[in-house]
Design a protein around this ligand. Structure first.
Ligand SMILES: Cc1cc2nc3c(=O)[nH]c(=O)nc-3n(C[C@H](O)[C@H](O)[C@H](O)COP(=O)(O)O)c2cc1C
Length: 347
């Protein structure tokens, strides 16, 4: 699997998720089997580039390449400028966000809202491709199936994007109108894949190895992108890779290994955000990690009241040590062998 000149180790991608897929989380996912990770989106508004938030998002220290930066905006010239700015700062791939209901930029909705105006969307794509071409930086596009069920134009836009020089398209199998409700559909992704020569990535509701296999077969996509299912379970990438390669399930990870991954992730997280913000923003990651585990809900409530990195780390250590004493392997996590066996028993 290639994106332009960049060869990827495998076709399992972490989805860009604002507020989640920061550098520490991307690195963790890559270590645990993801072949590629796109950064959280960066606004095309020049006046915000020097904010701490944007500069943290542009932090790629020690990250394995290729470095992919997603940009969001509504104006072609500003998007081109944002692409060039990020390329100057080390981006090796630029991804255009037409996939998420992004916040208002310049009093207009960006992200998937752009799909409603195909001509405008194409102007942005052409401007970004033109800005990146001199540096040899490939441009990719992330989109939904359309604006609403009556306006499902992913195929037309994907074709136009390919003609304009985009080298890979990701399709989240929902319309903008759906938000995150309902179920992702994969027929549109399959239609886009059948029509394009460039790689197509399927995204939406892939949360188990079985689902990954099903989506691959149905869409014939070149790669899969996984977002929410990796929250608190970043090892899902290697679980899926193993299942696709062998048709069998990996056992759940050892509890002590999960503890070590989480502890390292937290330390990295505090390093990027500093203690105050770091402790607060780490709560969601800890919450996701324990939500399906015994006593996880009660632990989460206590952990949310702790205000120092030391106290947070100590609480996590105590919780996981007790868990490891009772369970050598992680006792409950969706999509693992245990879950699969349960599903098979029910069938
Ligand atoms: C918290 C959150 C933040 C997101 N931020 C972005 C973003 O910055 N850019 C983007 O293209 N998509 C974003 N998305 C959409 C995801 O990349 C993905 O398309 C969507 O979650 C569907 O995949 P999933 O079912 O595997 O989660 C976000 C999703 C979530 C849940």
């Amino acid at each position: 699997m290639h994106i332009g000149p960049h060869e990827l180790p495998n076709p399992l991608f972490v989805a860009p998720m604002a507020g989640v897929t920061d550098r520490p989380f991307r690195q963790l996912c890559r270590r645990l089997g993801a072949g590629y990770a796109v950064s959280e989106m960066v606004t095309s508004r020049r006046d915000l580039w020097h904010t701490l938030k944007t500069s943290r998002r542009a932090n790629h220290e020690g990250e394995p390449g290729p470095i992919a930066v997603q940009i969001a905006g509504t104006n072609a010239a500003m998007m081109a400028e944002a692409a060039a700015y990020n390329v100057d700062r080390g981006a090796q791939i630029i991804d255009i966000n037409m996939g998420c209901p992004a916040k208002k930029v310049c009093n207009k909705w960006a992200g998937s809202a752009l799909m409603r105006d195909e001509a405008g969307a194409l102007r942005i794509i052409e401007a970004v491709v033109a800005a990146c071409a001199p540096q040899g930086v490939p441009v990719t596009l992330k989109m939904r199936t359309g604006w609403c069920s009556a306006e499902r134009n992913a195929l037309a836009l994907a074709r136009a994007a390919e003609s304009a020089g985009v080298v890979m398209v990701t399709v989240h199998g929902r319309t903008r109108e759906q938000g995150y409700t309902g179920a992702a559909e994969y027929d549109t992704v399959a239609a886009v894949k059948a029509a394009l020569r460039i790689p197509v990535v399927a995204n939406g509701d892939i949360d188990t190895p079985e689902k990954a296999s099903l989506v691959l077969k149905h869409t014939r996509a070149d790669a899969l992108m996984i977002g929410r299912a990796a929250q608190g379970r970043p090892w899902i990438f290697r679980e899926i890779a193993h299942f696709l390669a062998t048709g069998t399930h990996l056992p759940p990870p050892p509890t002590r290994e999960v503890q070590a991954w989480l502890t390292e992730h937290l330390q990295d997280h505090y390093g990027l955000y500093g203690e105050d913000l770091g402790v607060r923003s780490a709560r969601k990651h800890i919450g996701w990690a324990v939500r399906a585990l015994p006593g996880g809900v009660a632990f989460r409530a206590v952990m949310n009241s702790l205000a120092s990195a030391d106290a947070q780390l100590r609480a996590v250590t105590t919780y996981f040590e007790q868990l490891a004493d009772a369970h050598e392997l992680l006792p409950s996590s969706h999509g693992t062998a245990a879950n699969h066996e349960r599903l098979q028993r029910q069938a």
